[in-house]
Design a protein around this ligand. Structure first.
Ligand SMILES: O=C(O)CCC(=O)C(=O)O
Ligand SMILES: [Fe+2]
Length: 327
C-alpha cells in the first residue's frame, strides 16, 4: 500500500495504491486511518476487479463503518439498485436507471477558461442523504464505466478547510445554527419556493431534518461546515431553523454567502475518472457535486455504497428518521 498526499491540485485527500482489495482487507485499519489523515477523501485506483465481483465493493465499504445501507429499504426506485448486490446504488444515464446528467453551468466555463467550481456558478453541491437523521458517514463511488476526461467529473469541497477559513463573525453566526435539509425532488427546494408552489405533504418518514451547520467530526474532532444548497435544503421552512425563511429571506442570503465560501477554488478537488477508480468521501466533512457529460452520446455507469453508524455524539440514541412508523 502506497499513500500519496494530497490529491493532485488540492490541499487535502490522498491517493492509495493497492495491489487489490485483498490488500485493503488484510490491513483493516489502514484505509480508515488514511481517510481521517487525508481530510476525508481517498482515491483508490486500479480496482477494476469490482466489475465482475461487485460484492467486493461492499467488503471494502465495511472497513469504513458498521452499517452498509441496503437500498431495498430506502426510498429508492428498484431501477437504481444493483440487481444482485442491493447495497449498491446505481448512478447512470443508462437503462434501467435513466438518470440524466446535470446541466452545464451557464456559461460553461469561467471567464479565464476554467471548469466552474464555485457556487452559484456551479450547482448541485450536497452531502449524501443529509435529509435523514442520523445522516450517513462515508460514501464509496466506483467507476464501472466513466465517460472521457473533462466531462462527468465529480468535484469535492472540504468543509473543514472552509470552516477554518470563515471570518470570526461568520463563525460566531453559524456556531449554533441548524440547517433544514430536504430530500431532492420532495418539492421543497429553492426553485419550487421561487415559483410559489405549494409543496406536497411529506410522509412521516420523509420530513425535512435539521442538521448542525458546524459538525464536529467524530474521528478527528475537527469542525466542518455541513450544508447543501438548492434542492437539498428546505426553502419553505428554512434553509435555517429560527431565521426568516423562504427564498428571499435572511436565511437564503446567509446560505448563498456560506456556499459560495465553502466552494472557493482553494477548497476544491476535481476528480477525472478512470475505469477502476474507487473514491471514498467522508460526508461528515465534505460536499460534492457531479458535472455535465453528453448523455445523448455517452454512457456512464457508476456504483455507490453508503456507510453509516458513526455520526457523532449529537445523534446518539436517535431512531432513524426514515424508518418512523406511518401516522
Ligand atoms: O455522479 C457523480 O459524479 C456524483 C453522484 C453523487 O452525488 C452520488 O452518487 O452521491
Ligand atoms: Fe452525492
Amino acid at each position: 500500500m502506497k499513500i500519496e498526499s494530497p490529491l493532485p491540485g488540492a490541499r487535502y485527500g490522498a491517493t492509495v495504491r493497492l495491489s487489490g482489495i485483498a490488500e485493503a482487507l488484510a490491513n483493516p485499519d489502514a484505509l480508515p486511518k488514511a481517510l481521517a489523515d487525508a481530510g476525508g477523501l481517498l482515491c483508490l485506483p486500479g480496482l477494476g476487479e469490482i466489475t465482475d465481483q461487485p460484492e467486493k465493493l461492499v467488503q471494502l465499504s465495511r472497513l469504513f463503518g458498521p452499517e452498509i445501507e441496503d437500498y431495498r429499504y430506502l426510498l429508492t426506485g428498484k431501477n437504481m439498485v444493483h440487481p444482485t448486490v442491493p447495497e449498491i446504488f446505481l448512478v447512470s444515464n443508462m437503462a434501467p436507471v435513466n438518470r440524466a446528467p446535470p446541466k452545464q453551468p451557464d456559461p460553461p466555463l469561467t471567464a479565464d477558461g476554467k471548469l466552474p467550481v464555485q457556487y452559484p456558478h456551479r450547482r448541485g453541491w450536497h452531502t449524501d442523504q443529509s435529509y435523514r437523521r442520523p445522516p450517513p458517514d462515508v460514501s464509496l463511488f466506483y467507476a464501472m464505466s466513466p465517460v472521457d476526461r473533462a466531462r462527468g467529473q465529480t468535484i469535492f469541497a472540504s468543509g473543514t478547510l472552509a470552516y477554518e477559513a470563515l471570518s470570526a463573525d461568520l463563525k460566531a453566526k453559524v456556531e449554533k445554527l441548524q440547517g433544514l435539509h430536504t430530500r431532492p425532488f420532495a418539492g421543497r427546494g429553492r426553485d419550487a419556493a421561487l415559483k410559489g408552489e405549494t409543496p406536497p405533504p411529506a410522509a412521516a418518514n420523509d420530513r425535512s431534518q435539521p442538521q448542525p451547520v458546524v459538525r464536529t467530526h467524530p474521528v478527528t474532532g475537527r469542525k466542518a461546515l455541513y450544508l447543501c444548497e438548492y434542492s437539498q435544503m428546505d426553502w419553505f421552512d428554512g434553509p435555517f431553523v429560527g431565521l426568516p425563511p423562504g427564498p428571499h429571506g435572511e436565511a437564503a442570503k446567509l446560505l448563498d454567502t456560506l456556499m459560495s465560501h465553502y466552494t472557493r477554488p482553494e477548497f476544491i478537488y476535481v476528480h477525472e475518472w478512470t475505469q477502476g477508480d474507487v473514491i471514498v468521501w467522508d460526508n461528515r466533512c465534505l460536499v460534492h457535486t457531479a458535472t455535465w457529460y453528453d448523455g445523448e452520446r455517452e454512457q456512464r455507469m457508476m456504483w455507490r455504497t453508503t456507510v453509516s453508524g458513526n455520526p457523532g455524539k449529537l445523534y446518539e440514541g436517535e431512531s432513524k428518521s426514515w424508518q418512523v412508523a406511518a401516522e
